[in-house]
Design a protein around this ligand. Structure first.
Ligand SMILES: CC(=O)SCCNC(=O)CCNC(=O)[C@H](O)C(C)(C)COP(=O)(O)OP(=O)(O)OC[C@H]1O[C@@H](n2cnc3c(N)ncnc32)[C@H](O)[C@@H]1OP(=O)(O)O
Length: 219
C-alpha cells in the first residue's frame, strides 16, 4: 500500500504541489488541510479535511506532510508549528518525473521540485524549498531551507543562497555568487555580484534597491 500524505494549503501553489505529488506516484494524497476552507470541500480532486485538529485525531494514519504555501516565511511558520505539535510527523519530498536530479545532488525534506527542473551534480537544496518548472540549480550549489525559485530561474555552479530567500521568475545568477538569507531577487534579474542578506535586488546587472525585513511580502 502506498504511503499517505497530507498537504497543508489549498491555494494556487497547493494545486501545483498536488500535481507534482500525483505525477511522482510515490504517495497517495489523503487530503488537504486549510483552515480557510470547510471540511468536505473539494480542491483539485482532493478533499479538504479540516485544520490541524483533523491531524491530531488521525496522526497514526498519515505517513508524511508537505506544506504547500508559496510564501517562504509563512511556509516556515506553518512548518515550525507542525514540528511543535507533531514532532514525529515526517515531511515528504516531491520530485516531478520530468525533473532531473544529478548524481550527488540532494533534496531536503518537504521540498518540491516541479516539471523540467534540474538540480545538477552535487547541488544541495535545503528543506521545504520550491523549484518551480524549468528552474535549474547548477553543480555544487548550496541552497538553504525555505528558499523558492519561481519558474525558469537559473544558477551557475557553486552558488550559495541563504534561508528564506525568494528568487523570482526568470532570474539568472552567475556561478559562485552568494545571496544572503531573507532576500528577494526580482523577476528577470541578472545577478553578477553577491547580494547581502535582507535585501531586495533586481535589474541587469542586479542592484540592491532596498533592505527587506524577514517576512515582508513579495508575491
Ligand atoms: C508560479 C508563480 O506565480 S511564482 C511567482 C512569480 N512572480 C514573481 O516571481 C515576481 C515576484 N516579484 C518581483 O520579482 C518584484 O520585481 C519585486 C517583489 C522584487 C519588486 O517589487 P517592488 O519592490 O514591490 O517593486 P514595485 O512594483 O513597487 O516597483 C518599483 C519600481 O521598480 C520597478 N521594478 C519592479 N520589479 C522590477 C524588476 N524585477 N526588474 C526591474 N524593475 C523592476 C518597477 O517597474 C517600478 O519602477 P518605477 O518606479 O520606475 O515605476
Amino acid at each position: 500500500m502506498s504511503k499517505r500524505i497530507i498537504i497543508f494549503g489549498a491555494g494556487g501553489h497547493a494545486k501545483t504541489v498536488v500535481d507534482t505529488v500525483e505525477k511522482a506516484g510515490i504517495y497517495e494524497i489523503a487530503g488537504l488541510l486549510d483552515q480557510r476552507l470547510s471540511a468536505g470541500e473539494q480542491v483539485y480532486g482532493c478533499t479538504v479535511l479540516g485544520s490541524d485538529d483533523w491531524l491530531a485525531s488521525h496522526a497514526g494514519t498519515i505517513d508524511g506532510a508537505i506544506v504547500a504555501i508559496g510564501d517562504n516565511w509563512t511556509r516556515g511558520l506553518v512548518v515550525q508549528g507542525l514540528k511543535r505539535k507533531f514532532p514525529d510527523l515526517p515531511f515528504a519530498t516531491a520530485i516531478h518525473p520530468s525533473a532531473q536530479i544529478a548524481r550527488g545532488a540532494r533534496i531536503g525534506a518537504g521540498s518540491v521540485v516541479m516539471a523540467g527542473a534540474v538540480v545538477n551534480s552535487d547541488a544541495i537544496i535545503g528543506e521545504h524549498g520550491i523549484l518551480y518548472p524549468g528552474t535549474s540549480v547548477d553543480h555544487d550549489s548550496r541552497i538553504g531551507s525555505f528558499v523558492s525559485f519561481a519558474p525558469r530561474c537559473a544558477t551557475g555552479g557553486n552558488v550559495t543562497i541563504g534561508d528564506y530567500t525568494a528568487v523570482a521568475i526568470g532570474a539568472v545568477l552567475i556561478h559562485g555568487r552568494t545571496i544572503g538569507e531573507h532576500s528577494v531577487i526580482g523577476a528577470g534579474a541578472t545577478v553578477v555580484s553577491d547580494v547581502p542578506p535582507h535585501s531586495v535586488a533586481y535589474g541587469t546587472p542586479a542592484r540592491v534597491v532596498r533592505p527587506r525585513a524577514a517576512g515582508e511580502r513579495y508575491l
